[in-house]
Design a protein around this ligand. Sequence first.
Ligand SMILES: Cc1cc2nc3c(=O)[nH]c(=O)nc-3n(C[C@H](O)[C@H](O)[C@H](O)COP(=O)(O)OP(=O)(O)OC[C@H]3O[C@@H](n4cnc5c(N)ncnc54)[C@H](O)[C@@H]3O)c2cc1C
Length: 462
Amino acid sequence: MADVLKKVPVREQAPNVRAANFEEVCLGYNKEEAMEEAARCINCKNAKCVQGCPVSINIPAFIHEVKEGNIEAAYQVISESSALPAICGRVCPQESQCEGKCIRGIKGEPISIGKLERFVADWARENNVKPSVSVEKNGHKVAVIGSGPSGLTCAGDLAKLGYDVTIFEALHEAGGVLVYGIPEFRLPKSEVVAAEVENVKALGVKIETNVIIGKSTTIDELLEDEGFEAVFIGSGAGLPMFMGIPGENANGVFSANEYLTRNNLMKAFDENYDTPIARGKKVAVVGGGNVAMDAARTALRLGAEVHIVYRRSEAELPARVEEVHHAKEEGVIFDLLTNPTEILVDENDAVRGMKCIRMELGEPDASGRRRPVAIPGSEFELELDTVIMSLGTSPNPLISSTTIGLDTNKRKCIIASEENGQTSKEGVFAGGDAVTGAATVILAMGAGKAAAKGIHEFLSNK
Ligand SMILES: Cc1cc2nc3c(=O)[nH]c(=O)nc-3n(C[C@H](O)[C@H](O)[C@H](O)COP(=O)(O)OP(=O)(O)OC[C@H]3O[C@@H](n4cnc5c(N)ncnc54)[C@H](O)[C@@H]3O)c2cc1C
């Protein structure tokens, strides 16, 4: 008999096989496995898992339907709260959200809520089941800037309320980080992301790609000349940061964003596409977050020996435990407690290595994490041909600098109410990474939801 204290294991591609391809690592549950895992749920009356979900999916109700084998009913329960379940089931940090609160997790392993969500959403897609909604149009026009998770969620919720919604997207494909940042091997683009974008479009949402708000047109023009009565800004935080060390402008130094965009959105890994990408032999990725893991695992699949260079220890790595585990299994080398001080270049101004210094952990800093302190005399050199900087991102100031009366903070994040997304400018709402700085898919979705409610209230009272 199965051990009820343990999750039903999920099938994955073997590490040595997947390290050489871009196909999805996790293969997900089949129906029998999903029903067995769902049967572990004790259906708590006061479900803590729902409190841990930023979009408040009725988790016990959908898991109950899975347990009974009613997968279509489970999908409709999830669809009441989320338009992107196949995406969230794959990339949400469940361990610190729904699963982190699961009562089963006290004595054993929590219910595998993410993998169940993914199974239900994949089943619905494969069986052509759509969210059941009937929408009566109210004739009011709302513009949404950006087609990432915050924009898609805000647009979908407004469309369900009857609004005529247009998303303006700067890139040529909709999805935000879901298409340009997160790699294919974690989140398949044409199969999974495109299908969930189509579900949002099926609600009546229009998406205009290749429109840069702040250049093609402005928020003030949308409100004053184009007939939009409210605007939601979900433009993300796509501006990369650098260390400011010598050699950072050399050939062979990339931001993780550029590197991943070339590979994911522009399909550089696929020989049928023309996009060039550095196929380094020895690559260092500087940073320890999810983005660093994605860049490292991408470089590995492109044939390189890859080092993660991170200044704190393993315990402080900000990436999800699952991502670190997968990276290690695939052969990424972790140089922890190590900080770069200079990128070394050859006579052609190309990367030939990186000077680093060993670190130790001192007292906790403002973030509560122990501060890394350099150990004098511990400098050493890493021989490399490519360096990928993954030190975080901030919002691009284009929108705030072209919109009259839109306040930002000193990190260039738009100031907006957490409750309803209202900014300093009447009729303009914002949410997701553009407000919080780089965060997570589900928090961006939660912000999109809150702003949809805020916009509805604003326009209802107008
Ligand atoms: C490589 C990578 C891996 C990640 N992995 C995870 C993960 O595993 N789990 C997780 O939960 N989170 C992850 N994240 C974070 C998560 O993807 C983001 O927090 C989330 O996508 C933010 O959503 P958003 O809607 O605010 O913005 P985005 O997804 O950034 O979307 C913003 C959109 O707005 C568009 N835009 C910007 N400016 C303009 C303009 N002026 N005019 C028109 N359009 C504009 C952009 O092109 C983009 O499409 C990852 C991020 C990256 C970069």
